[in-house]
Design a protein around this ligand. Structure first.
Ligand code: ZN
Length: 431
């Protein structure tokens, strides 16, 4: 099917017509008549909608293989399409761990079969996420999945020698090491942000320094070996400062922030509701303000969801026993609108950069994160920023329900998502 999209605001600009034909953006003009577009096009009235390039997530947990009760590649990518994503990076902490060419190819193939968005598997840095031996990074890079992002996410590569070797190794194929920055000894049994509140609630604290110390070390290591470092889910004001310092040196360091850290704060832990339990933990309002400022000025390169589905038995229990993590794919764009656009910190062109161009560039994803221009792949999202909706977990395409935004009214709605010209979502519904 080919589509003529009428009167859409391109990145928030003047009304424009877009013709999507044979998988590419074949024409962009102020006015494209239906007769010139041809009889085989479906016309979409997009007045009042914004067109953005298909979103790219650097940090998604799809849980397959191994935890198909929490999510599958199919359901996770359905949630992604509904959230406006056309590519996601699937984290390696599955069972078995994605630490061989065989497992990353399996995940990549499942993504192609499902067809909702491009799935780029992330390869584990160490065998079994064990933190002791480097995994076969080169074999994963050379596989059909063409892995470029490597991470032990969920765990930190805390051994400095291993981290150095990984950074050196990935240079051979232009890869990047994405670090989950968590000094393990400083965070033993940690449950929430360390502060006055953690003391009062009697929950073990997760100090900011446990994140910042690893980020500082890794920036120095990346500079020392001349390699690329990506910092996952930056959550503290101090971390933003360290990344800003590393960039000022000209070092090849990039960073992401998650929607929940942009919007939510640690005082929610006072509810003792594990829906708010996440790693790294929700931080203070001052940390959130620093993250938003860092995202606005480009210190933080991109937004990544850290979509982390968990079945209810892993979340509906007491705080200390509950799993870390929350859903994120279907609400990310709305949270970014609320925290960054409606607050005046970022325009829609900035959103296109932070949620599409930058993550595609960091992950070296070809044919994604491209501008909406003639001849480019037709990866396009149509978004209505004027509506408001109340988040209902039951409506999620995810197999899990652990969204911290349930019952919350959020702005905006993804109306349509096109993956290489094919509609994965139309009228807000999966196709
Ligand atoms: Zn992580």
């Amino acid at each position: 099917m080919n589509y003529l999209i009428k009167g859409v605001s391109l990145l928030g600009g003047e009304p424009t017509d877009l013709l999507l034909r044979d998988g590419v953006v074949s024409q962009v003009a102020a006015e494209i008549s239906t007769t010139s577009a041809g009889s085989d096009v479906e016309v979409i009235d997009a007045s009042g909608l914004i067109a953005l390039p298909g979103l790219v997530d650097l940090h998604t947990h799809l849980r397959e293989p191994g935890r198909e009760d929490a999510e599958t590649v199919e359901t996770g990518t359905q949630a992604a399409a509904l959230g406006g994503f056309t590519a996601v990076h699937a984290m390696a902490n599955t069972d078995p761990v994605a630490d061989t060419a065989g497992v990353v190819e399996q995940v990549w193939r499942l993504g192609r079969e499902a067809g909702y968005c491009d799935v780029r598997p992330v390869g584990a840095v160490t065998v079994g996420l064990g933190g002791e031996r480097l995994a076969e990074l080169g074999a994963m890079a050379d596989s059909a999945a063409a892995v470029r992002v490597f991470s032990d996410d969920g765990k930190c590569v805390s051994d400095a020698v291993l981290m150095r070797r990984a950074l050196e190794y990935v240079k051979a194929f232009d890869g990047v090491v994405a670090q989950h920055a968590q000094e393990p000894r400083l965070t033993e049994d940690a449950q929430m942000n360390e502060g006055e509140l953690s003391g009062r609630l009697g929950l073990a604290g997760w100090p900011a320094v446990a994140e910042e110390a690893i980020i500082a070390r890794d920036c120095l290591l990346a500079a020392h070996v001349g390699s690329r470092l990506h910092v996952c889910h930056v959550s503290t004001a101090g971390s933003v400062e360290i990344v800003r310092w590393a960039k000022s040196k000209g070092w090849n360091v990039t960073a992401e922030a998650c929607p929940h850290h942009l919007l939510l704060t640690d005082d929610l832990a006072a509810t003792y509701d594990p829906i708010y339990k996440v790693n790294p933990p929700l931080r203070t309002s001052a940390d959130g303000e620093a993250l938003r400022a860092g995202l606005a000025d480009g210190t933080i390169d991109c937004v990544a969801t850290d979509h982390a589905p968990h079945p209810h038995e892993d979340k509906d229990c007491e705080w200390a026993a509950a799993a870390f993590g929350m859903l994120g794919l279907e609400t990310a764009l709305s949270i970014v609108q609320q925290t960054m656009v409606d607050s005046g910190l970022l325009d829609w062109a900035g959103v296109a950069d932070r949620l599409s161009y930058a993550p595609a560039r960091i992950g070296r994803v070809a044919d994604q994160g491209r501008p909406i221009a003639e001849g480019e792949p037709a990866n396009v999202v149509l978004y209505d920023p004027t509506v408001r909706r109340v988040v209902d977990p039951a409506e999620s395409a995810s197999l899990s329900r652990n969204t911290p935004y349930r019952g919350m009214e959020l702005p905006g709605r993804v109306v349509a998502t096109f993956l290489r010209g094919r509609a994965t979502v139309l009228d807000g519904k999966l196709q």
